[in-house]
Write a protein that binds this ligand. Structure first.
Ligand SMILES: Cc1cc2nc3c(=O)[nH]c(=O)nc-3n(C[C@H](O)[C@H](O)[C@H](O)COP(=O)(O)OP(=O)(O)OC[C@H]3O[C@@H](n4cnc5c(N)ncnc54)[C@H](O)[C@@H]3O)c2cc1C
Length: 388
């Protein structure tokens, strides 16, 4: 877990970090990748997130019966740069040999058998958040000079102060938060969902043209329910319910079901994560969690035949879950202003899209800064004396 520290004042930051200072808002996949890449390139990076830890939608929810990946269920690794990054932390993610992902109808009959997936399904181990915890650790544990991680820090405004960027934030948990400021940044990266980035830019009176582009992006909500059946796992007994571990569904409420206990390095208590489909989630977005749980448990029973009462049931609402309409470019960067935007929604709705977006933004920032330095060096060079 990264250190949670009180953001430093502008004076301390400037004194402690002579190199270019970057604030990255959002510690999901895109933010962590962007921050790591910049830190490796020699920038002084501070990563902020409003949650209690890093991970964003690649998060893990604890329960007395074992953990749940209640956001991203698995991810694929097609870009060689993603594969290379994964190889640096081999124990933080493993292949999940989820057997065939079938599409089931309302009553659990197979509509389409998709066969063995061509891409491996990867999951963080022992939980989905483990991968980003491992990647963010060097930023927060002092092993990279100048890098810091601040969790429970919700950025509410970005403004200019003495020619550099300052962040206003609510620090601490929601009940005991206090307003603080961190200043002295040359660049600010917004690695947060498009709606939140748009709201933050708007509230900060920044980049009206970007605000318009972000308004075109559409991200669907998703109600997720986590179920545990502690009495179902008895030594020597077969699984409760179906013999498959993962299925999509055309049920009017549910689109996805996965047996959490089938993932590598997980506790063995029978646990399922159910995702409602985007239409149903949008229609019921303001329903009480108890009502959503009851409806989704009923639908789950219809599809799987599991009618036992779960020993644990919890709903989580993701307001910004999966991109329906993407931005169409990997990131936005205004190098002159020192502002950048990244996130999965730039390219699509997958973890790998977030990786590529964060990486491409960082590489573009480094390239622009290198070009500036080369230009400055050229200008500083004394002109050659003309030949006599
Ligand atoms: C239910 C669900 C299922 C999914 N299933 C899959 C799947 O099976 N496979 C797959 O590849 N992908 C899946 N995804 C998508 C995947 O999780 C995302 O593509 C990826 O995690 C997005 O990373 P990100 O960095 O772009 O954003 P996020 O992970 O959302 O990170 C943004 C971070 O910004 C923080 N933040 C926001 N506002 C502020 C603020 N003002 N101040 C400070 N911090 C702030 C948030 O707390 C968050 O940590 C799923 C997502 C959900 C929700």
């Amino acid at each position: 877990m990264p250190r949670a520290k009180t953001p430093s004042s502008s004076a301390t930051r400037a004194a402690a970090a002579p190199q270019s200072c970057v604030a990255v808002i959002g510690a999901g996949m895109s933010g962590v990748v962007c921050a790591r890449t910049l830190a490796q390139a020699g920038y002084s990076v501070t990563l902020f997130d409003k949650s209690r830890g890093v991970g964003g939608r690649m998060s893990t929810r604890h329960s007395p019966f074992g953990d749940f990946d209640h956001g991203a269920q698995y991810f694929t690794v097609r870009d060689p740069r993603f594969a290379q990054a994964m190889a640096t932390t081999p124990s933080a993610a493993k292949r999940w040999s989820a057997n065939t992902v079938n599409v089931l109808d309302d009553t659990g009959h197979v509509l389409a058998a998709t066969g063995k997936p061509s891409d491996s399904h990867w999951v963080g181990t022992p939980g989905m958040s483990s991968l980003l915890k491992a990647w963010a650790a060097p930023l927060g544990d002092g092993s990279i000079t100048g890098a810091q991680v601040h969790v429970q820090s919700r950025i509410t405004r970005v403004s200019k102060q003495d020619g550099q960027w300052a962040l206003t934030m609510e620090v601490g948990d929601t009940e005991h938060s206090q307003t603080e400021q961190a200043a002295g940044f040359d660049h600010v990266v917004f690695a947060i969902p498009s709606d939140q980035a748009q709201a933050l830019l708007q509230g900060s009176n920044l980049m009206p043209a970007w605000q318009q582009r972000l308004a075109q992006v559409i991200v669907d909500p998703c109600w997720t329910v986590m179920l545990a059946y502690p009495n179902a796992s008895q030594p020597g007994l077969p699984h409760l319910g179906p013999q498959w571990n993962v299925a999509r569904s055309t049920h009017h409420r549910i689109s996805w079901m996965a047996r959490e206990s089938s993932k590598p390095a997980r506790a063995s208590v029978e646990r399922w994560t159910i995702q409602a489909n985007p239409e149903w989630s949008a229609e019921h977005v303001n329903d009480a969690p108890e009502r959503v749980t009851a409806k989704l448990v009923k639908a789950f029973a219809e599809v799987t035949g599991i009618r036992a009462e779960p020993g644990h049931a919890q709903a989580h609402r993701w307001l910004y879950a999966q991109t329906r309409v993407a931005l169409g470019s990997s990131h936005l960067l205004d190098a002159r202003q020192g502002l950048g935007v990244c996130g999965d929604w730039c390219l699509g709705n997958r973890v790998e899209n977030a990786f590529v977006s964060g990486l491409e933004l960082a590489l573009a920032m480094v390239a622009k800064d290198n070009a500036k330095t080369t230009q400055a060096a050229k200008l500083a060079k004394p002109a050659k004396a003309p030949k006599a």
